[in-house]
Design a protein around this ligand. Structure first.
Ligand SMILES: *Cc1c(COP(=O)(O)O)cnc(C)c1O
Length: 379
């Protein structure tokens, strides 16, 4: 089936007891057994829940995967994935991954004896050079936040196969509508469903999708054994949202292309980061591995003062962390999401004091551009 058909139907049939067209919210912690040792496939709510199963099947279909596993947050999904590893194992990670992923690996998992190499994974030679006998996993994020650097998924999958490593891609920024890492041979694709997949800024959630029966069995065990599962109501909301994922992503992209074009032509903007611009260093790769360029745009305004003044002056854009919702959001990474990244680290990948990041929403494009224009006038 096509993407939109899957988005609306995969994992869902009219409810057998009532015919309800929408998947019911099975708000229950446990299920009555028919007799000792006999139940209908449902025993306890942490282990299994019908609303969650529907969501897992739905997103698995969208990613062209076989199995999905839903979690209470994107970081709970990352936690489950990291628990495939054991003390002494080494992981290669994209050097400018999501800040929360960095914090979790660096401040938590390091204490459990995992070691990490932070690598510019957009350069496959650096990835190859970082592989050691202890390496067990490559964890990439593409495009990255907020610099929008890309990693070659085909190349990462090949390195993974060659050295027998588990390859993981955080696909939060593109959503399965624009990028499907499993199609390139990546083993696990992961999302913060909080962002584009839910898209309405009202749920925190995460998901992992795979084609591997073996990894699915291990992760399903961990989902139950570690316990970071989402509630049924949250699953219902996310399932409701995937029905419009394609429509929203198309609109996000229409807006983002216009924003990138406008910013690139504005004299007060020194640099624009958007994979859809021919000037983007990874534009060729973007065209190869993504079917669109997404809704995120970053821009260099030259100084902390300019960044702050711009952030204070936008009206339609809410100044907020997070991204991927229908409403436009503006982020000043240095003072918001990336405050904990040491200055010399962030300057290495161009994350300067004057950088602002736009999550372009689904409002009328003219209104979005007008807001950016009036705020730039004040810089
Ligand atoms: C937000 C985000 C996460 C973490 O997800 P939560 O749902 O906030 O736990 C992971 N990766 C990326 C790229 C994100 O944007």
């Amino acid at each position: 089936m096509g993407f939109q058909t899957d988005a609306i139907h995969a994992g869902q049939q009219p409810d057998p007891t009532t015919g309800a067209v929408m998947m019911p919210i099975y708000q229950t912690s446990t299920y009555a057994m028919e007799e000792l040792g006999k139940h209908k496939g449902y025993d306890y709510g942490r282990t299994i829940n019908p609303t969650r199963v529907a969501l897992e099947k739905n997103i698995a279909a969208l990613e062209q995967g076989k199995h999905g596993l839903a979690f209470a947050s994107g970081l709970a999904a990352t936690t489950a994935v990291s628990m495939l590893l054991s003390a002494g194992d080494h992981v290669i990670v994209t050097n400018n991954v999501y800040g929360g992923t960095f914090r979790y690996f660096d401040k938590v998992m390091k204490r459990y004896g995992l070691t990490f190499s932070w690598v510019d994974t957009s350069d496959l030679a650096q990835v190859r050079a970082a592989v050691t006998p202890a390496t067990k996993m490559i964890f990439v994020e593409t495009p990255t936040n907020p610099m929008l650097n890309l990693t070659d998924l085909d190349g990462i999958a090949a390195i993974g196969k060659e050295h027998n490593l588990i390859t993981v891609c955080d696909n939060t920024f593109m959503s399965p509508y624009f990028q499907r890492p499993l199609e390139f041979g990546i083993d696990l694709v992961l999302h913060s469903t909080t962002k584009y997949i839910n898209g309405h800024s009202d749920v925190i959630g995460g998901i992992v999708v795979t084609r591997s029966d073996d990894l699915h069995t291990k992760l399903r065990f961990l989902q139950n054994a570690v316990g970071g599962v989402p509630g049924p109501m949250d699953c219902f909301f996310i399932l409701r949202a995937t029905k419009t994922l394609a429509l929203r992503m198309r609109q996000h992209e229409i807006g983002a292309r216009e924003v990138a074009k406008f910013l690139a032509s504005h004299p007060k903007v020194q640099k624009v980061y958007y994979p859809g611009l021919p000037t983007h260093p990874h534009h060729g790769l973007a065209k190869k591995q993504m079917s669109g360029f997404g809704g995120m745009v970053s821009a260099e305004l030259g100084s902390l003062e300019a960044g702050k003044r711009f952030a204070r002056s936008v009206k339609l854009f809410a100044l907020a962390e997070s991204l991927g919702g229908v409403e436009s959001l503006l982020c000043h990474p240095v003072s918001m999401t990336h405050g904990s990244v040491p200055m010399e680290e962030r300057l290495k990948f161009g994350l300067t004091d004057g950088l602002v990041r736009f999550s372009v929403g689904c409002e009328d494009v003219e209104d979005i551009i007008a807001d950016i224009k009036q705020a730039l006038d004040k810089v």
